[in-house]
Design a protein around this ligand. Structure first.
Ligand SMILES: [Zn+2]
Length: 282
């Protein structure tokens, strides 16, 4: 349980002043209670917002902190030093002038169709890491993404930080998304991305158990923080390298504004755009 239950139970006891017997009872109750993710997966979606607010795991896990490309690189180097070989794609092949655009957090009711139109106009295929509960709300948008030939990946059902929830719930999150995507477009996804890029070996192994390879990124223009068109453009263009995986978001207006320039610049530099699926085959 990643050391979360005991501190939580002890905290409760500290606040309310439990006796050792009561303390044991609190711990038992916490261990027995389902997390919000498990409830979601079991179809009990009533009062989901309230559950998310009150569930201690959920509260911690809802805070998304993005790992920078440098942090991801350092983590990768650490794994190699320790001889840890994890099933993940941190970048594409370095010998080809290719890039992968990835869009997280969709489908988005206002912007997904605009993004699809833009990609079609530019003749670019991308990879969309979708959130299960967004798919549930907007199934027609997922169908539109799939119909345009983009690769679809799993970005969990509820968009929680996977290193902060109990290990058992990591699979629950990925499977719930697998199920809704399969139900909507009949497709088995092959790739996933943990929210914030926050992963450890438990997260990677849980993904593997759900038939998913974890995909990270090499470039993060920070579009989710709405830094302004120029900043997104500059940050993206400054770092284009062979096999680069660019993290962007489906649902950020500024991303749509600068995407044509980013694509035009990359093409001018001789890069072509591929999906993560294509990267993985090379
Ligand atoms: Zn996300």
């Amino acid at each position: 349980m990643r050391g979360l239950i005991c501190p939580f139970a002890l905290f409760v006891c500290f606040v309310v002043g439990c006796s050792p017997a009561e303390e044991k009872a609190v711990m038992k109750e916490v261990e027995a209670s389902e997390t919000a993710a498990q409830k979601v997966y079991r179809g009990d979606r009533q009062n989901q917002a309230t559950e998310q607010k009150s569930d201690a795991f959920w509260k911690r896990a809802s805070v998304e902190v993005y790992r920078s490309p440098e942090e991801l690189l350092a983590q990768d180097a650490r794994e190699r030093r320790h001889g840890l070989v994890l099933d993940k794609i941190a970048r594409g092949p370095g010998d080809k002038h290719e890039l992968a655009l990835t869009f997280d957090d969709g489908p988005h009711p206002d912007l997904t169709l605009k993004l699809l139109a833009l990609l079609k106009q530019e003749n670019v295929k991308a990879t969309f890491f979708v959130i299960g509960k967004m798919v549930e709300k907007h199934p027609e948008l997922l169908k539109a993404i799939a119909a345009d030939g983009h690769t679809i990946g799993n970005h969990t059902f509820s968009h929680v930080t996977l290193t902060k929830i109990p290990v058992a719930d990591i699979q629950v999150e990925y499977r719930a998304n697998n199920d809704i995507v399969k139900k909507t477009i009949g497709q088995n996804m092959k790739f996933c991305r943990p929210p914030g890029g926050d992963y450890d070996s438990d997260v990677i192994h849980a993904a593997e158990a759900c038939g998913l390879t974890t995909v990270l990124w090499t470039d993060d223009p920070g579009d989710y923080a709405n830094p302004g068109d120029n900043v997104i453009e500059e940050r993206t263009l400054a770092k284009l390298t062979n096999g680069g995986i660019i993290l962007l978001h489906d649902g950020v207006k500024e991303t749509l504004d600068v995407l044509p320039q980013i694509i035009a610049y990359a093409k001018k530099k001789g890069f072509s755009f591929v999906t993560i699926d294509e990267f993985s085959k090379k």
